[in-house]
Write a protein that binds this ligand. Structure first.
Ligand code: FAD
Length: 293
């Protein structure tokens, strides 16, 4: 099933993101987490891909194939391109196709620290164009409500987002953000630029101070006062911070639903417990949204 079709039939799509375990950990760690999330009934589950590109034998390919074989929800395979040669991408697509995977989140990936690139694909739009040559695949892309960290400004970033849609991206998943107002302003600009594809909102619950430092260094997202106050107050108490982060993410989602968002993508950090807490906080709201059409 093409995930893009879900946006035509559901008012609010709900999904999870997971990542493959480190190469030194057994893959069963993530299979176990998935089994524990199964009864939360996400519409789809996305699986991240190494920035360096790890080809057809990547754990991403293995995990999405496992989901396809064992679960009712659809897998979405992330695929990065900047550090991959065309042959690797072609082999990965062949393996995904052979394993009945239909949905790909096409990404550029982050540059290596030394700035080197493989040179076959410089931007996600080039990967999208390439993947779309095979009509079997439905393609999604990333977008950035606060602008991509490398972009000159948000308008320029939205121009390139439009290019991704023109090349075949059927929906977008956002980078995490902590201030919904940034998202609402972004959506206005995106629609004014003529981009009409669904925008699926990525929400990351902040459950410890170490995590927020890593997130900020990668995404450049800003932290509103309300969240920094929670971090200052509860950051040293593991359980309290976990609860505060789950409540903050829940409030963000409730406000997004109230503003007619098309979907919520939960960055679960492979934690069935976080996924369960948040899903239980909002499941009646999702049910009500999807039955009141
Ligand atoms: P692009 O759309 O190519 O944009 C990259 C930059 O180039 C932007 O600044 C853009 O404005 C600019 N640009 C785009 N096109 C052009 C052009 N034609 N000319 C000039 N400039 C241009 N990373 C991983 O390694 N693995 C993952 O699994 C992963 N999953 C992600 C999931 C989501 C939902 C998001 C939001 C990000 C994810 N990332 C992942 C991170 C992503 O790879 C990085 O943010 C990367 O730096 C940009 O990827 P992109 O696909 O948005 O790139």
């Amino acid at each position: 099933m093409k995930i893009s079709d879900l946006f035509k039939t559901k008012k609010v799509v709900y999904s999870f993101e997971i990542f493959p375990p480190r190469p030194t950990s057994p893959i069963e760690v993530v299979y176990d987490a998935l089994a524990k999330m199964q009864d939360l009934n996400p519409d789809f589950v996305s699986v991240t891909y190494g920035a360096g590109g790890s080809g057809p034998n990547s754990r991403t390919c293995e995990i999405v194939s496992h989901i396809k074989e064992n679960y009712d929800f659809e897998p979405l395979a992330h695929l990065t391109c900047i550090n991959s040669v065309k042959k690797d991408i072609e082999d990965t697509l062949k393996r995904l196709h052979a394993n009945q995977i239909e949905n790909i989140l096409a990404l550029r990936g982050d540059r290596n620290k030394d700035g080197s690139v493989a040179n076959d694909f410089l931007y996600a739009s080039e990967l999208i164009e390439y993947v779309k040559q095979n009509p079997h695949f439905s393609v999604a892309a990333a977008c950035y409500p606060e602008g991509h960290p490398e972009s000159e400004n948000l308008s320029k970033d939205i121009e390139y987002m439009k290019l991704k849609e023109d090349y075949g991206a059927e929906f977008f998943i956002t980078q995490l953000f902590f201030d919904n107002e940034d998202f609402y302003r972004f959506v206005e600009k995106v629609r004014a630029a003529g981009i009409s594809s669904p925008i699926h909102v990525g929400i990351m619950p902040v459950t410890n101070t170490k995590q927020i430092e890593r997130i900020l260094s990668l995404s450049g997202s800003k932290v509103p006062h309300k969240l920094s106050r929670l971090l200052a107050r509860y950051g040293s108490d593991k359980d309290a911070m976990m609860q505060a982060g789950i409540l903050y993410a829940t409030e963000q989602i409730v406000d997004l639903l109230d503003n007619n968002v098309q979907g919520i993508h939960l960055y679960t950090m492979n934690s069935p417990s976080i996924a369960r807490h948040i899903t239980q906080n909002i499941d009646r709201l999702l049910y009500s949204e999807n039955t009141s059409r």
